[in-house]
Design a protein around this ligand. Structure first.
Ligand SMILES: Cc1cc2nc3c(=O)[nH]c(=O)nc-3n(C[C@H](O)[C@H](O)[C@H](O)COP(=O)(O)OP(=O)(O)OC[C@H]3O[C@@H](n4cnc5c(N)ncnc54)[C@H](O)[C@@H]3O)c2cc1C
Length: 219
């Protein structure tokens, strides 16, 4: 699947049908805490008050959480993707898969091929250079000869929000109205909808439809 297309359309749907307001390009700078609850989120656009606050900032979640006494050991693990238009669609894969020797995953996004790999510990550095994609490209050429022109590749690097035990953290933490939904590591998109469902149930005071045993912070 195309995760970018998914979130773009989900955001458009949420804004249009549910009245959700997104503050894009706004940085969270801290939390305004009063007693046992969070009064507001302090942002570059000013304070944003709310009934409930969810920390869901990818690998940066741990940095914010630890400032407020939450022992959240989320850490960044860097990975790379190359996305290339298929010159000859019949030579590309028809379904996703992996080269298990070279640890390269691949999937078909319409008429594009996306290949991903690597788990690097480089802190919060999101930079990349062409040499980082050598193995991805050579593996793609071996697996799908003649399918693409490597000069058209679009490169990207991102940070997976890993937990030491690979189990995400979903639930209330430390303050009455503060929640966590983070730490999904290398399968965060796959788990996003289920995690959101659990969190929505918890925030709304409902018994979660999906059993959250082992996922709730401190539980
Ligand atoms: C190379 C690679 C390949 C992957 N492949 C897959 C895959 O095939 N399937 C899959 O399910 N998952 C995959 N993942 C993992 C997936 O991308 C993550 O698990 C997922 O993105 C985590 O979602 P998240 O919303 O928790 O965090 P993120 O996607 O990291 O989102 C966090 C957001 O918080 C924002 N943010 C951080 N700090 C602040 C701040 N101070 N103020 C405001 N905003 C802030 C960030 O800008 C970002 O938009 C892959 C990851 C990588 C790197």
């Amino acid at each position: 699947g195309d995760s970018k297309q998914f979130v773009d359309r989900l955001a458009a749907y949420a804004a249009e049908k549910l009245g959700v307001k997104f503050l894009f390009g706004t940085t969270v700078e801290g939390l305004d805490i009063e007693g046992d609850h969070v009064r507001a989120v302090m942002t570059s656009a000013g304070p944003v008050a709310g009934d409930a606050v969810v920390i869901s900032m990818g690998p940066e979640s741990g940095l914010l959480g630890r400032r407020y006494g939450i022992d959240l050991p989320v850490y960044p693990v860097k990975g790379y993707t190359a996305t290339i238009p298929l010159e000859d669609e019949s030579k590309g894969p028809t379904m996703g898969g992996a080269d298990e020797d070279r640890l390269i995953g691949y999937s078909r996004l319409g008429n594009r091929l996306r290949m991903s790999s690597t788990a690097e510990f480089t802190g919060f550095d999101r930079t990349f250079k062409p040499a980082d994609f050598k193995t991805i490209i050579s593996t793609g050429k071996d697996l799908f000869p003649g399918a693409f022109d490597e000069k058209k590749a679009v490169f990207w690097a991102g940070l997976r929000p890993m937990m030491p035990n690979s189990v995400p953290v979903i639930g209330q933490a430390r303050y009455k109205n503060l929640y966590l939904d983070t730490g999904h590591g290398h399968v965060g998109w796959t788990m996003a909808c289920g995690s959101g469902k659990i969190l929505a149930d918890l925030v709304s005071g409902r018994k979660p439809e999906i059993d959250p045993q082992g996922l709730v912070y401190g539980g």
